[in-house]
Design a binder for this molecule. Sequence first.
Ligand SMILES: Nc1ncnc2c1ncn2[C@@H]1O[C@H](COP(=O)(O)OP(=O)(O)O)[C@@H](O)[C@H]1O
Ligand SMILES: [Mg+2]
Length: 252
Amino acid sequence: MKEVLLEITDIKYDYREDGEVLPVLNEINLSILEGEFVCIIGPSGCGKTTLFNILVGLERPDQGKIILDGQDITCTRGHIAYMPQEDLLFPWRKIMDNLLLGVEINKGDLKAARKEAEGLLPLFGLEGFADSYPDQLSGGMRQRAALLRTVLTHHSILALDEPFGALDALTRAKMQKWILSIQEKLNKTILFVTHDIEEAITLADRVVVLNGRPSTITKELKVELPYPRQKTDVKFIEYKEELLERLSDTEF
Ligand SMILES: Nc1ncnc2c1ncn2[C@@H]1O[C@H](COP(=O)(O)OP(=O)(O)O)[C@@H](O)[C@H]1O
Ligand SMILES: [Mg+2]
């Protein structure tokens, strides 16, 4: 039996601006199991990034708690590895220097981190590119570099906000295959935001739908299909319809 690793309990969050209150999230409850791959899908603006910001301690919820391994980590940073929505590689730093940025900021052991990063370059398809600059890499390689930097922080949970959102379809399909192999090899728990239903069904053990105003979790779907998953599989198509139906309740 897998253990519960992360608990998101009764999270509520309102944006406040110029006296106006915009309710974004309400009654968000979610338990994540050790080693689980959970995809969070929802329409643009439903609060996916806000939820991640709360998870990693960048935003304070109006209500609720984030519990990791039984410990209350609400509003505290440094427990969950975060890869934000934008590609955050610095263009003026070589790939290796980008990879070591987190360790540098945290004043960690740079020598050890460099050795570890070098060892992981092949797994991330970046062998021979340590001294390249980000604009010399393809979009897929840049995303893998950003992910490697996230992995080097040594947290058991990775929170990835639409990591493949900007990639072309072919690269995206390759990256999906690749991330599943990485998860297995590195033994990580992954929280993955996407607005692509097929991507969610291709990757996740469980898909969580976030929508409404304010957003709540309107559906949780356990994907019971072996990997690699085929989009043409009857069950895949059924899952897709189930999720589409739930998402089509959303206002435009
Ligand atoms: N700094 C901000 N000030 C006010 N409203 C914001 C701010 N950031 C986001 N929002 C609003 O909060 C909602 C959720 O945003 P976000 O979490 O970025 O959604 P998603 O990641 O699902 O697209 C949106 O309606 C957005 O307009
Ligand atoms: Mg977002």
